[in-house]
Design a protein around this ligand. Structure first.
Ligand code: CIR
Length: 252
């Protein structure tokens, strides 16, 4: 059975990093309910969900995706771009150690897992304010010898992570917001997400099912027409902290 690593929402999530201060503020109780629904959806997709305890000193710790990149049996534990998030990696690395060979990243490299999108044997990596050249070089050093091709993708400064504009839909297909250039992803089939629903481009595909943020009907229709079984989830509290669906798990 495939494993998903998730991490509980701390009470301090109320002061998670946010590009814009949310109004109304983050409701931690509701975030915890949404997180439980998310974990339930992963289980319904047949995943064995392992949930790490929260750490009150790291308000963003539920966004585990940023702390590791897993491919080909290796987990590269990242050095997150935001200083406030650096201490999140230890417990995730511990949880991953039973399932994957661990690799690490040293200063000055920084990389957030949300900038990495694996499609077959290609890993697209966003050059963002969180992921620097040294981080991309380390990604290549770990995964290129294992048969992966690393393709850097320049991102505008207002895009937090690569997977804010696209997400994998299996081995040869992705979602991609309409405004992003198609030729950045050669040889990959694309389901275009309307600009007005750009937040919903961050889907989580598991087999023939795809988890989609609630409240984006056009995206849900497009994915259903593309042959997926769509499961919608309320991610409202995570969105306030610039998070979405892929951010909340690491899949093995
Ligand atoms: C941050 O700014 O780092 C968090 N508040 C949001 C991280 C979202 N992670 C992701 O998209 N992979």
């Amino acid at each position: 059975m495939k494993i998903a690593i998730a991490r509980k929402v701390p009470a301090s999530f109320a002061s998670a990093l946010c590009a814009v201060p949310p109004d109304p503020p983050i409701d931690v109780t509701r975030a915890r309910e949404q997180h439980a629904e998310y974990r339930g959806a992963l289980e319904s997709c047949g995943l064995d969900v392992r949930t790490i305890a929260a750490d009150e000193t790291t308000p963003d710790c539920c966004f585990v995706e940023d702390t590791a990149v897993v491919a080909g049996g290796v987990a590269l534990v990242t050095r997150p771009g935001a200083v406030e998030r650096r201490a999140e990696t230890g417990p995730v690395a511990k949880a991953l150690a039973d399932h994957a060979e661990l690799a690490h990243m040293e200063a000055p490299a920084t990389l957030d897992g949300g900038d990495c999108m694996r499609v077959g044997t290609t890993i697209f990596v966003g050059k963002s304010l969180r992921t620097n050249e040294a981080g991309i070089a380390r990604l290549a050093e770990v995964f290129a010898p294992r048969g992966f091709t690393i393709v850097p993708v320049a991102l505008p400064a207002n895009v937090l992570h690569l997977k804010c504009i696209c997400a994998p839909l299996g081995a040869d297909r992705i979602t991609l917001v309409e405004s992003a250039p198609r030729d950045t992803f050669p040889g990959v089939e694309v389901v275009r997400i309307p600009e007005a629903e750009s937040y919903a481009a961050n889907v989580l595909a598991i087999g023939d099912r795809v988890l989609v943020a609630q409240g984006f009907p056009r995206t849900a229709e497009l994915l259903a027409s593309a042959g997926y079984r769509v499961v919608t989830l309320d991610t409202g509290e995570f969105r306030k902290a610039d998070g979405a669906l892929t951010c909340l798990s690491v899949l093995l």
